[in-house]
Design a protein around this ligand. Structure first.
Ligand code: ADP
Ligand code: MG
Length: 313
């Protein structure tokens, strides 16, 4: 890495979340140009996958649930294909059709009580990745039941970060880190030649990092119940829902996944959160190139074999 390289960083809100984009560039001006290219790419993806934007391809699919298949771009088609494959691998713990529950469990402060069982049951009836029909000949997506919806809340940030990184690498930006509120992907090294590092925090004291791990040409994502939750009657409800029951999951405090692509990390962090400690660990141990750190509800730390904590950092 050239002596004069600088590290340029910008933090901004994109896709309803905090993105921090860092690039290593020959000078500040070039760095900011690169960052703006990454921002444009993330905004482009937001337009494609947003279920709030009535004009997006995703909204078009949702509007036509139970009515007709909708032809979409190759990019969205392939994202949905990968999402459905992940549903299969995780036995439905990760499921983009969870989205019909978005209106039932709301984590924006507008919920005053726990949703009723019948309300939950009605939404759960609309969930099921096997009810999404993909036709690759026509590149179309069909949600077979009225009221079904898809949403990319648990995979979209990761996908956008991967795409921003790919774009910057294609522009020969030599190093950087795209961090979407803790779901991050890196390439190259810091301007001083050191590895990019990620800190694993204790869910009870999230300012305290208990381990630092290097992230070399790869990615990390964390799902934790300390991030977004609501409390009723002393009970804490996390924003990650088991699509099979319609209820928030319990038993795990946080899940951190390491893999090459942050899209996979993002989705698997959500899935393992739903599957719980034992089933989750078992799943990750079967996947090549994927590692996990799980903090359970008793604050005990569990990790897969490929993870070693460096106590000296
Ligand atoms: P965060 O990084 O914000 O903690 P996650 O990546 O864990 O979020 O995804 C949580 C979001 O994904 C929820 O806010 C919701 O929109 C959606 N979601 C919740 N449960 C599931 C699930 N089981 N499968 C797919 N998406 C889910
Ligand atoms: Mg996720």
């Amino acid at each position: 890495m050239a002596q004069s390289d600088v590290s340029v960083k910008k933090t901004l809100k994109l896709m309803g979340t905090r993105f921090e984009i860092t690039v290593v560039a020959p000078n500040e001006d070039i760095g900011y140009i690169n960052i703006n290219e990454a921002v444009a790419e993330i905004q482009r993806i937001e337009k494609l996958i947003s279920s709030w934007d009535a004009e997006s391809e995703t909204s078009e699919i949702n509007k036509n649930a139970g009515i007709r298949p909708v032809q979409v771009s190759q990019e969205l088609f392939e994202l949905i294909e990968r999402a459905l494959a992940l549903s299969q691998v995780t036995d439905g713990a990760f499921d983009i059709t969870y989205a019909s529950l978005d209106k039932v469990w709301r984590f924006d402060g507008t919920m005053t009580t726990v949703p009723s069982e019948s309300e939950i049951a009605r939404s759960v009836a609309k969930i099921g990745y096997e009810k999404v029909i993909l036709n690759s000949a026509t590149q179309s997506v069909y949600l077979t039941e009225k009221g079904m919806r898809i949403g990319f809340g648990a995979i979209g940030k990761g996908y956008a970060a991967d795409k921003a990184k790919t774009l910057l690498m294609s522009k020969e930006v030599k190093a950087g880190i795209i961090n979407a509120s803790g779901d991050l992907t890196t390439w190259g090294t810091k301007s001083n030649g050191e590895n990019w590092m990620v800190g694993i925090t204790n869910p009870l004291e999230k300012e305290k990092v208990f381990a630092w791990l290097p992230v070399i040409e790869s990615s990390v994502a964390t799902s934790g119940n300390y991030e977004k939750f609501i409390s009723f009657g002393g009970e804490k409800y996390s924003h990650i829902i088991d699509p099979r029951t319609g209820y928030p999951t319990k038993g795990v405090s946080s899940v951190t996944i390491f893999a090459k692509k942050v899209e996979l990390c993002d989705a698997l962090a959500t899935a393992v959160f739903v599957l719980g400690r034992d089933t989750g660990m078992h799943l990750i141990n079967q996947l090549d190139g994927v590692e996990a750190v799980i903090v359970d509800s008793e604050n005990k730390i569990h990790k897969t074999n490929g993870i070693t904590f460096d106590k000296n950092r």
